[in-house]
Design a protein. Structure first.
Length: 182
């Protein structure tokens, strides 16, 4: 009987290891998609932004998410986890929709998308911290989450400034319409 219990415990440990590996793989794949989307959207915004502030933000996104993706690739290779190198269909659809816009409409849509994308990334990376047992992925998630949090704060500041500026450059009043993407 003791042998059966030991066998059962080993099975449970194997199952836990498999679950941990699956969580690591899921995190790595989703983090890769997130970084790729930020890079591609940032490249698009660098070329289309009407505002210098938006273009600078986009440049930061390209630079920092390229670094994050490079780090993720190295960790994933060490763990023998294949990660994607193309956009998720959902991200491609969003990119296509935003790329059809021009000027202030593009800037507004891009920045609102950045707020949403970084909120989603916050959740993904926080879940990675809470659920990942692998020290390499855990350290990556913690370090990258700090950058994601800073990106979200900056994106929210830019969106907030957009919403408080009047059309003629003066501070907005309650009588000014506030444009929001549909």
């Amino acid at each position: 009987m003791a042998v059966a219990c030991d066998g059962g415990n080993t099975g449970n440990k194997d199952s836990e290891i498999d679950d941990d590996m699956e969580e690591e793989k899921t995190f790595a794949v989703e983090a890769s998609y997130s970084n790729l989307a930020e890079i591609k959207m940032g490249e698009l915004a660098q070329s289309k932004a009407a505002s210098e502030t938006v273009a600078q933000f986009a440049g930061t996104m390209v630079k920092e998410h390229t670094t994050a993706l490079r780090e993720l690739r190295a960790i994933s290779e060490e763990q023998d986890i294949a990660i994607p190198d193309t956009l998720k269909m959902e991200h491609k659809r969003i990119q296509d929709e935003i790329s059809a816009l021009e000027g202030e409409a593009f800037d507004s849509a891009y920045m609102h998308q950045q707020v949403q994308a970084h909120q989603q990334a916050q959740q993904l990376f926080q879940n990675g911290i809470n659920e990942d047992a692998n020290p390499s992925f855990l350290n990556y998630a913690r370090t990258t989450l700090e950058h994601i949090n800073a990106h979200l704060v900056r994106a929210e500041e830019i969106v907030g400034a957009e919403n408080t500026a009047g059309k003629d450059g003066r501070p907005a009043t309650e009588n000014d319409p506030v444009d929001k993407p549909e």
